[in-house]
Design a protein. Structure first.
Length: 134
């Protein structure tokens, strides 16, 4: 069974649009967590914007509404929706790569971009590894 390119593009577009708001939230909250802006101890000491980052991280970190206790309330349906988002993103990315390979010429440009997309973050992480002095 061969799927039409038009149908693949439509599925790619609709999945991307449906999950885009939650993906943007997860990207941004992951970014501020990477920089430690969601540090609970710092927020309790300083308040202000740090407290906003802590509260806004609750859905990402604890599957709960901002301000609610993660010990007493977390959403199992939200957990499943996040799993569906991950699956939807995976399908969307695979469709996007397929579409790129079938429409972009030369095809090796797509392969090179994917290879660099794998190698570059690995090199950045590897460049920060320090060996212990004997």
């Amino acid at each position: 069974m061969k799927l039409s390119p038009r149908l693949l593009r439509r599925v790619h577009l609709l999945l991307g649009c449906f999950f885009a708001p939650l993906l943007i939230y997860y990207m941004l909250s992951g970014l501020w967590q990477s920089y430690g802006l969601d540090d609970r101890k710092k927020a309790q000491a300083e308040g202000g914007i740090s407290a906003v980052f802590v509260s806004a991280s609750a859905p990402h970190k604890h599957l709960t509404f901002p301000g609610a206790s993660s010990k007493t309330s977390w959403s199992e349906p939200y957990r499943w929706f996040v799993a569906a988002m991950v699956a939807g993103l995976a399908v969307t990315l695979v469709l996007g790569i397929y579409i790129a390979f079938t429409t972009f010429r030369p095809w090796w440009g797509v392969a090179l971009a994917i290879g660099l997309g794998i190698a570059f973050p690995i090199l950045l992480l590897w460049s920060s590894v320090r060996t212990a002095a004997p």
